[in-house]
Design a protein around this ligand. Sequence first.
Ligand SMILES: [Zn+2]
Length: 442
Amino acid sequence: MNMMSAIRGRALRGMAVLALGASTLAVNAAVETKPTHYLEIEAHDKDTRSLVSRAGYAIDEVRSDRIFLLGRLEDVARLERLSLKVKARPLQERWFAMDASPEAARYTSYAEVAQQLKDLEASNSSLVTLMSLGRSTEGRDVPMVRISGKSIAQAEGEKLPVIFYMGCHHAREHLSVEVPLMYAKYLVANYATNADIKRLVDSREIYVAPIINPDGHVYDYRNGIRGQMWRKNRRANGDGSYGVDLNRNYSWGWGTGGSDTNTRSDVYMGTAPFSEAETQNVKAFVDMQPRMTTLLSTHTFSELILYPWGGTYDKIGEKQGNPADLPVFEKMARDMSAWNKYTPQQSSDLYIASGDTTDWAYGTHGIFAFTFELSPSSMFGGGFYPSPAVIEPTFNANLKPLLYMLEFANDPRRVLTERIPNFLQTPVKIGVGIASAKDVQF
Ligand SMILES: [Zn+2]
């Protein structure tokens, strides 16, 4: 048995869903510093923004003349020492979970995600296989479903393309769980009645893992309302601090900017590339999928479609990567932005961030790898904790981009020469009701 079938053979029947005791939370809270303010920093270009990201800050929001990030009052002086102009506003509850009501939809917990994927398998076991991508730092399974009309043996025989959708590298980005989760359900629910979905599910191998960072999600999740503002995983760093930024822990360009060696930083890169169980899980799986062509990692927020490189300002093909791939990435990002209205750009046009998923997946394996920063557009419109009322419109706005990736997964280079098929051309319900930055005064 090769390693591929070993991993793939690990279909789950009973997953380890751990409860986090209240006492653990209390102990952790005592040694952790939570953000108390939203800092606004004057920044007119990517070099200034990268100065901030290189100083170990996770930039949450980029506008043409300024950026915003979560921090504390002591960060103001630290940033001012870099000759930056900084304003600090206390975090305000009214920015978050607006119009949330007990009857409204709510965000899905880790245990519910695991259960819903199990139910999905039970509802159609010929299409869906529940698996574990691996275990987290605290020992939780990372639930994943394989969706395909073909068995693993058939898929290997027919060399079907593989596509991987991931959510929640970052704990507080709860909406990034919902989109891949709803997408998995959508594919299964529409298989019997929609000829295009059936065609795609029968001719692709689809993997969906909505929560790459279950420990972080469990720590942050508070029944669908504002959580702990936690970003990283829950690794005990040995100095009283917790967590590694999983999206700075991949090996490609690891530690070359936009991440930090300070364990307390929100962009702490870890002690080595792939030092974390959660990134090792992704690596082990992707390394054994030679037919994987396309990958999407959902994050929040800002409404962006990002592609490599993130660790360098160079364009694809300039020093690393295949120059022929750049127009493919650009065309895919532009096509997808027509549906979700997000801004398509090279990741480092925002600021330098090294060691992320997409640089590694493309750099190491040539996978057309994208990051979506989902809604809302601003912290003042909900930030990491928008009303659960945005879940459905955000899914609706992103369904066609996700199906587009699936359509072209057999050969993404087709996007340069072929029309977008008709089933993707029909009008799509674009999300409404997502508060924009203009709606909320601060
Ligand atoms: Zn993120």
